[in-house]
Design a protein around this ligand. Structure first.
Ligand code: UTP
Length: 291
């Protein structure tokens, strides 16, 4: 089994980042010098993915434009000798084979994934949530792809979170398999601490077998009245093998203000053009000094 395709659901309303996301898709907010979605596409490409489907909606066409050529701008940059900018603009458009499908109604993450059925066909595929960014030495999607290919199964990216935090995520019931890899038996969406299976939460990355589509097609709305991917995965793990990978890396939820600001600061501190300057600026600020 080989994972060649990825789906990026990016059709959510982004209500946690309003008013900024009223007209700018949250996936297009810049993290230092690139939009959030570009980091996600880069992770997929670095994981060996060839074709990528972004699930969008009518308010998100800025994403299609971003990954397209822009001849007028490119000619101007070329004439002005701005090679670095020209390269950056072109590179975004040449990153991968990117396809789009619209989710016409915001019916939940499970429904958004179901829209990928025709694109995916009969192959396993990766899912990268459009607002979760990962920082890791080995791409998180690749960590999952390797486990999925080894076990011929679906794979979920998980990490331990605190008992207070688990109610924001899906908790998985697992058993040991090998270092950092577990068998998955069950899961539940946003459980109260008394109902959680474990402290392992699913965090924004998946490799799924195509059997998920038939399940999603027949799924009733669940938590929050939405078609929940977790409800579909719960059925999938009963009929098909599924593993969880305690992935190495740090996850940033850029769909909420704090996660977005943490990512912005960390990425800017590591960026060659801004790192030293920002560290110095923060030091002065903390000391209450004028610069
Ligand atoms: P989130 O709950 O994080 O995103 O969904 P949201 O709905 O945009 O955010 P808030 O809560 O209103 O701020 C997880 C992922 O599922 C996608 C989102 O775009 C995000 O990548 N999603 C969610 C869809 O594609 N369609 C949906 O109907 C719901």
């Amino acid at each position: 089994m080989k994972v060649r395709k990825a789906v990026i659901p990016a059709a959510g309303l982004g209500t946690r980042m309003l008013p900024a996301t009223k007209t700018v898709p949250k996936e297009m907010l810049p993290l230092v010098d690139k939009p959030v979605i570009q980091y996600i596409i880069e992770e997929a490409v670095a994981s060996g993915i060839e074709d990528i489907l972004i699930v969008t909606n009518r308010a998100k066409s800025a994403m299609d434009d971003y990954f397209d050529y822009y001849p007028e701008l490119e000619t101007r940059l070329n004439q002005a000798g701005k090679d670095k900018e020209l390269y950056a603009v072109r590179r975004a458009a040449d990153l991968a084979n990117i396809f789009y499908v619209r989710q016409k109604e915001t019916k939940g993450l499970g429904h958004a994934i179901w829209r990928a059925k025709r694109f995916v066909g009969d192959e396993p595929f990766a899912v990268l949530l459009g607002d979760d960014i990962m920082r890791s030495s080995k791409p998180v999607t690749l960590q999952l792809v390797e486990a999925a290919e080894k076990y011929g199964s679906s794979a979920l990216g998980v990490q331990q979170v605190s008992t207070e935090a688990i109610s924001k995520y899906s908790s998985v019931q697992i058993g040991p398999l090998e270092d950092r890899i577990f068998s998955v038996f069950d899961m539940n969406e946003k459980p109260a601490p008394t109902e959680m299976f474990s402290n392992y939460a699913i965090l924004g990355r998946y490799v799924l077998t195509p059997g998920i589509f038939e399940i999603l097609e027949n799924l009733k709305p669940g938590y929050g009245g939405e078609i929940q991917l977790t409800d579909g995965l719960r059925e999938l793990c009963r009929v098909d093998r599924m593993v969880a990978v305690d992935f190495e890396g740090r996850r940033y939820d850029t769909g909420n203000l704090r996660g977005f600001l943490e990512a912005t600061l960390d990425f800017a501190l590591e960026h060659p053009e801004t790192g030293a300057w920002l560290a110095d600026y923060l030091k002065h600020r903390a000391a209450g000094l004028e610069r």
